[in-house]
Design a protein around this ligand. Sequence first.
Ligand SMILES: [Zn+2]
Length: 309
Amino acid sequence: MEKILIAVDDGHGMYTAGKRTPLFEDGTYMKENEFNRAVVDKLIVHLKRNCFDVLHVSAGDTDVPLKRRTDLANNTIPNGFGRKADAMVSVHANALGIAWNSKAKGIEIFYRSGYKAGKKLAQDIQEYLVKGTPLINRGLKTSNLHITRESDMPAALVEGAFMDNPEEALLLESDAYRSECAEEIARGLCQFFGRTYVEVPPAAAPLPDGAYPVNVVVGGNEFDGLIIDGRSWSPARDVITALGIKTWMFEKKSISINGTAVETKIINGIGYIKSVDLQTIEVAKVFLEPDAVNTKRVIIYPKEVIINE
Ligand SMILES: [Zn+2]
């Protein structure tokens, strides 16, 4: 896949004066950069999963000068990629003033006036960003901002919500909203570059208490077995097939081999049988390595091999 380089910018630094919410009732406040950086960190993960190269132009706690941010994106300061970025996204939280107010609310996105590709990028990000939240869409805007003006590529500056609006400040503080913004910006970038967004792979279902994975080896094949309460369980279909046993059935959540029912557990949709039962019903020899107490590997041989040895 063609490598596309995205420059990401988490607006300001962690200690930039004034860039924060007013004080909450408990006397605490949120720095703007806490939101910006959380979104950018999550965005980077989505972009890498989607096979983009990513250049973070404002890494670290310090307030990287704006000129340095765009110089890195433009590769006029060598950025390590040997080329300028193909797009740039800067993430911010908005503010009307320094005191709480409920007048200003919503999301807005800036691009460079008269730059069609920049506008298209802003539109693509906006399309997803306003879809996912109940926030007001303040629309696309142009303004003489350094990031959009001095970057030599389509650039969008996202104002995620107003940090001096009490309701939106709570949203900006929440991990759920930060996650949502990151994902939607990534979706917008994918659309801009004509890519199908690669979803986050579903998390593996948790194993039952007392269960841990173990390698089950049958001939040249390795399968994912389980140790449950100190006993080894093998994935039935895989192991029975690898042993070449054709006379088995899986019926009413229970497995029988050669007409003998064996204890069966269904875990995350997979049927497991006790490894040792394969030996009890005389279809295989089972070895637990290094031993039965602390099993790391389960080696299963077809019975015929043992007989022929
Ligand atoms: Zn800002």
